[in-house]
Write a new protein. Sequence first.
Length: 387
Amino acid sequence: MSQAGAVYTADEFQRESRYLETIVWEAMAIEAGTKVLFCGYGEDGSQVARAIERGADVTVIEHRDPAITRFANLGAKLLRGSTSVIPAKENTFDLVIAFHYLHEIDPFFHAQVMSELARVGKRVAVVEPSPPADALGKRIALLYSQAKRELGQFEYYQPLEYWKKLLQAVKADISQHVFAFAKVPPREYLVDTIDLLLKTMEVEDAPEAFIDELRQIARRSDTQLLPPPRFVLLGAALGELPVLHFSERPAITPPVEPAPKPVPAVATAAAGAPERPVTSEAGYEFPPVDAPSQPSAPQPQPTAPKPAPPPVFEPGLRFGAPRPPEGSQPATGQPAKQQAPFGAPFAMPAPDPFGAPPQGIPPSSTWQWEPPEGGEEGDKPFGPGGA
């Protein structure tokens, strides 16, 4: 389940997508040398190609002539026919894979197809997307399903229990896994998903009304689409399920910041220039004093200063003000002018009275006193309609 408010960055989403794809494949337990039957080539043949790369002996059952022609050089064996009646003997294959396949055929034939997959395969793997859980995902899925229905095709997503019951009817042992994203993907995912759907629907000449609504959704800036979880179910004879091993999620290594470059020492003389003697004639006003040859006598330790006497208060002074020094005027308590030891480079202005605006703000300024919170409704600086 996604965390509320948590959103992947583009890089995080790509890494998580690759990891989930890896463990989906690991849940199917395809090993080198495994005799695998795929139900169709899919949209782009990528799943078939990946199984071939893993060293599997791959066969594809397909009836669509355009797909057969397009993927003729993929490297898989072809079994021309329908999954409702597969032209093969029992247990011909170690594994039969229905990868995002069953939701695209008429649900009336699901039980028959599952029975045939279980007949020709020792193990059956079903990989299906979950029905969307968010409102936008449900709307997009409904539009796409209606568009497919208009073309005489199917696009019906089913819950996990639906696929599990079908598989339990033909295989004794079942393992099930649900793989989902933990956070909301970035907006690019929504744009790419709708763009892919639009291209598919335009190629298939879907009704224009469905295409227009998808375009309107893509133009909205406040929409977020949650990728549906994926179900992976594996069925086999009793005690024949393989032991699965899943990869650990790769740790995200923070970028290593380059070490700061050493700051070169400031040269005391230009390179190649003769060293200047430290003398008054060479321009040094205070040449260093040579260290004495004899150790100097120990310096007396400084004594702690005596504590200052407590201030004596005079009548007529402000509370807390000490006695003014001699020479001041008792009436005001202001000390007489004294010569500062190094001069006073800046004149210190008298402090402003408490609550007054800073000096220098002209009377026509926009500065004004505002009441604290809890005053009258009309006096609140951030009342209804305010900033």
